[in-house]
Design a protein around this ligand. Structure first.
Ligand SMILES: *[C@@H]1O[C@H](CO)[C@@H](O)[C@H](O)[C@H]1NC(C)=O
Ligand SMILES: *[C@@H]1O[C@H](CO)[C@@H](O)[C@H](O)[C@H]1NC(C)=O
Ligand SMILES: *[C@@H]1O[C@H](CO)[C@@H](O)[C@H](O)[C@H]1NC(C)=O
Length: 349
């Protein structure tokens, strides 16, 4: 094998990323490069067999007429993914807690996992509770907890006299993450919010309070704060840490060589092949840069490319609808997040 690198630091970064991937994936297979193939045995569950599924992701219930998008299986180029077996998962995770931490894309993956597990064990008792930002789905007979901590920036937003302050160096929200066996983090979609839906008035770096700053830099600083938290708080013998990669949106057909498409509306087929014409969103490189500097093992669930290929799999006009309008950011369930979870299942020890 021969590698060419432009600098010493990118060599170190690349080597540590490779090590992380190998540590997490004993088979050595790259699960993240592949193609989507039609498979009649998919989806993994029927939406009607998941009674607690949220309306936002229930595309069929919301009237989506086509269903081919539920029939695709992700096929890595050089190996096969093992199909998700819910009963096996519950046995292996008996007594354990899994927590997704992040924005609504975390909720999308959390909901997918709860649907996969419930539909594979429909007789097993379950309990779903919500308290503030924490949703807890449990299988009491297995003592398996599948949790969601809604935390869109990972770092804190504090109410102070001047207003709401996004604190890039502060991560008090981490109190909820202690003692969890598997943590799966995600943040990105809220960093570019402006106007009435931006949930902060000021941004703080160290002692400095600003009205605004470069959002990609703010994202990187927050990730770095999170990375420091991982390095000082995670015991790899007890806790497995993953990062759910950047989940992409489809609002510009030029990026998939269909300039007449202004969004994902009406898309019924994935992009063929293994690469996306529009390339990766810039946030991916920032994320990989920060992950390469963490010394504790963190596995990247590198779902960006496989999800970029799925311009057909968003709710589009079959999501919340109304004023929420068009949704080419989240994913229908059953759908793409089931594949993220299938890869997670294949990566877990
Ligand atoms: C899902 O379940 C419903 C109700 O049992 C059934 O009518 C429908 O055909 C099923 N859909 C698929 C795709 O299997
Ligand atoms: C469900 O969980 C809640 C909160 O932990 C608990 O109070 C309640 O008793 C549980 N219900 C069942 C049926 O186990
Ligand atoms: C769509 O992407 C192309 C290529 O990057 C860009 O030139 C164009 O401005 C984008 N269109 C919109 C509406 O953002």
């Amino acid at each position: 094998m021969s590698f060419r690198f432009h600098s010493g630091s990118s060599l170190t970064a690349a080597v540590s990323l490779l090590l992380l991937v190998y540590k997490a994936n004993a088979s050595g297979c790259d699960f993240f490069t592949g193609t989507w193939v039609v498979d009649g045995s998919y989806p993994l569950y029927n939406a009607s067999a998941c009674p607690f599924i949220e309306r936002e992701f229930s595309c069929q219930k919301n009237g989506r007429p086509d269903s081919l998008y539920t029939k695709f299986r992700w096929k890595p180029l050089h190996c096969n993914l093992q199909r998700f077996k819910g009963a096996d998962f519950l046995e292996r995770f008996k007594g354990k807690s899994i927590m997704f931490v992040g924005d609504s894309l975390s909720r999308n993956q959390w909901q997918s996992l709860t649907c996969i597990l419930h539909s594979s064990m429909p007789e097993a008792k379950y309990n779903l509770t919500r308290e503030g930002d924490l949703s807890i789905f449990t299988f009491p007979d297995y003592k398996v907890n599948v949790m969601l901590d809604r935390n869109v920036y990972l770092v804190d937003v504090a109410r102070e006299k001047i207003g709401r302050v996004l604190k890039l160096d502060s991560i008090e929200g981490s109190k909820l993450w202690n003692g969890i066996d598997v943590l799966i983090f995600n943040t990105w979609h809220w960093w570019n919010r402006r106007g009435p839906t931006q949930p902060w008035d000021y941004i703080q770096v160290g002692d400095e309070i600003k009205k605004d700053m470069d959002r990609m830099l703010a994202f990187e600083m927050a990730l770095t704060t999170w990375a420091r938290w991982v390095d000082s708080n995670i015991d790899p013998a007890k806790t497995l840490v993953l990062f759910q990669g950047i989940s992409p949106s489809h609002y510009n057909g030029t990026l998939w060589d269909e300039p007449s498409a202004k969004s994902c509306v009406g898309q019924k087929q994935p992009v063929a092949g293994s690469t996306y014409p529009g390339g990766l969103p810039p946030a991916v490189e920032v994320l990989k840069g920060v992950l390469s500097k963490i010394s504790k093992p963190v596995t990247l669930l590198d779902v960006t490319t496989l999800s970029l290929l799925r311009k057909d799999a968003h709710p589009s006009i079959y999501g919340l609808g109304g004023s929420a309008g068009l949704d080419c950011s989240h994913w229908c369930l059953p759908g793409v997040p089931d594949t993220w979870n299938e890869i997670l299942y294949n990566l877990l020890p």
